[in-house]
Design a protein around this ligand. Structure first.
Ligand code: NAD
Ligand code: ZN
Ligand code: ZN
Length: 368
C-alpha cells in the first residue's frame, strides 16, 4: 500500500514527509493504522546524527498508538480492530529474559531490530524498489506501520490515543523506574532529578507506590510546577549544591530512593550521592552521551548505596503497558498535562524545534 511517512534522508537534515510503500504483514506481523505518536528525544538524537548506531534512510518515530488493520499468519493475540501501543522494547514471552521476572530485556529480535529490520531480516518499508529501514522496530511517524506481534501491547479502547501513545516510551519508563526497578516502598523519601516526561513519570510512580516525601529537582520552575501536580511534595532548582541541600532536607542522610532522568552524567553522580547510606538505591533512567562515563567514589557503595539502571522502566510491555493504561483510566495517573502540543505529520520537524526549545513536555502527532 501507499502511505505518507516522515523519512530521515540524511543526518542533520529536516525529515521529509512523502508517500512511500508499505508491504503486507508477514507471519507473526501486524499492520497498524497509527492514530497518535509522541515526538521523543531519541528520534531527534538519531535525526541529528549523534547516535553512533543510527542509520538513514529510515522512518523515525517510536511512541505510537493505533488500531490493528490486518494480521499476518500465526498472529494469535491480536485481531483487527484492537487498539495497541507500540513497543520499542518487545516481549516475546519465551526467551530466557522474558521468562525471568527480574528483567524486561527481551532477547527475541534485538539483533535485527538494531539493524532496522523486522525479525525475518527484511523491511516492509520501500521506495522505488529500495528498502527503507524501520526505526527502533516501530517507524511510527507514518500513517501505517507493520510490526511484530510481540512488539504491540493491546490496550483498553476507552483510552484516547493521544494519551495512550505516551505510554509507549517516556511515561512508562518513569512510572516503571519507580514501580518495577526501584519498587519504592510506602512511607519512604524519594528524590527525582529531572522533570521531563521520564522524571514526571517517576514522580507519579513514587506517589502510586505510597512514598511519603517526593523531592523533584529541575532547572525549570515551570516543570517543577508540573511535578507538584504529579505528586512531588517538595521541589528544588538544581545546581552545584543540590546534594548538600538534599542531605540537609533529610537529616544528613539522603533519600531512600533517587532517580536520574536527565541523561547528564554529572547529575547521575549527584543522584548517587543523594542516596542514603546503608540502603539508598539510585535508579538511572537517563541515556548519557556517547563515550561518557559515570564517576562514583567506591566508598559510597561500600557504605550501602546501590545503583540500578532501568530500560523502559523494567516494563514488560505486553503485560504491563495495558495495566498502566488501566490505572490511567481509573484516574490514578494524570496524563493530560504532558500533552503540550498537537501536531500534524507534516509538522513533525516543528515537534523537534519545540523539544529543543524545551517548550512543553511532549508534542503528539495526530493522524486524521
Ligand atoms: N531508560 C529508558 O528506557 C529511557 C526511555 C526514554 C528516555 N530516556 C532518557 O531519559 C532522559 C530524560 O528524558 P526526558 O524525555 O524526560 O527528557 P527532558 O529533556 O524532557 O527532561 C530532562 C530534564 O532534566 C532537567 N535538567 C537538566 N539539568 C539538570 C540538573 N542539573 N538538575 C536537575 N535537572 C536537570 C531539564 O531541565 C529537563 O527538564 C533522557 O536522557 C532520555 O534519553 C530513557
Ligand atoms: Zn522515546
Ligand atoms: Zn523475550
Amino acid at each position: 500500500m501507499r502511505m505518507r511517512a516522515a523519512v530521515l534522508e540524511e543526518f542533520g537534515q529536516p525529515l521529509k514527509v512523502q508517500e512511500i510503500e508499505l508491504e503486507e504483514p508477514r507471519a507473526g506481523e501486524v499492520l497498524v493504522r497509527l492514530a497518535a505518536c509522541g515526538v521523543c528525544h531519541t528520534d531527534l538524537y538519531t535525526a541529528s546524527g549523534a547516535d553512533p548506531s543510527g542509520y538513514a534512510p529510515t522512518v523515525l518515530g517510536h511512541e505510537g498508538a493505533g488500531v490493528v488493520e490486518k494480521v499476518g499468519e500465526g498472529v494469535a493475540d491480536l485481531a483487527v480492530g484492537d487498539h495497541v501501543v507500540t513497543l520499542f522494547s518487545p516481549q516475546c514471552r519465551e526467551c530466557i529474559h522474558c521468562l525471568d521476572p527480574r528483567t524486561n530485556l527481551c532477547l527475541a529480535i534485538r539483533t535485527e531490530q538494531n539493524l532496522g529490520h523486522l525479525p525475518d531480516g527484511s523491511t516492509r518499508l520501500r521506495r522505488d524498489g529500495e528498502g527503507i529501514r524501520h526505526f527502533m522496530g516501530c517507524s511510527t511517524f507514518a500513517e501505517y506501520t507493520v510490526m511484530p506481534e510481540i512488539a504491540l501491547a493491546k490496550i483498553d479502547p476507552a483510552a484516547p490515543f493521544e494519551h495512550a501513545c505516551l505510554f509507549a516510551c517516556g511515561l512508562s519508563t518513569g512510572l516503571g523506574a519507580a514501580i518495577n526497578t526501584a519498587a519504592v516502598e510506602p512511607g519512604t523519601t524519594c528524590v527525582v532529578f529531572g522533570a521531563g516526561m521520564v522524571g514526571l513519570g517517576a514522580v507519579a510512580g513514587c506517589r502510586l507506590q505510597g512514598a511519603e516525601r517526593i523531592i523533584c529537582v529541575d532547572l525549570s520552575a515551570e516543570r517543577l510546577e508540573l511535578a507538584r501536580g504529579q505528586g512531588a511534595t517538595e521541589t528544588m532548582i538544581g545546581g552545584e549544591d543540590t546534594v548538600e541541600r538534599i542531605l540537609e532536607a533529610t537529616g544528613g542522610f539522603g533519600a531512600d530512593y533517587t532517580f536520574e532522568a536527565t541523561g547528564l552524567v554529572g547529575v547521575m553522580g549527584q543522584a548517587v550521592e543523594a542516596a542514603r547510606m546503608a540502603w539508598g538505591l539510585c535508579t538511572v533512567a537517563g541515556v548519557a552521551g556517547r563515550g561518557e562515563t559515570l564517576d562514583v567514589v567506591p566508598r559510597l557503595l561500600i557504605t550501602g548505596r546501590r545503583i540500578a539502571g532501568s530500560s523502559f522502566g523494567g516494563v514488560k510491555g505486553r503485560d504491563q503497558v495495558p495495566v498502566l493504561v488501566e490505572r490511567y483510566l481509573a484516574g490514578e495517573i494524570d496524563v493530560e498535562p504532558f500533552l503540550s502540543h498537537r501536531l500534524r505529520l507534516d509538522d513533525v520537524n516543528r515537534g523537534f524545534e519545540l523539544m529543543e526549545a524545551q517548550d512543553g513536555i511532549r508534542s503528539v502527532i495526530e493522524f486524521a
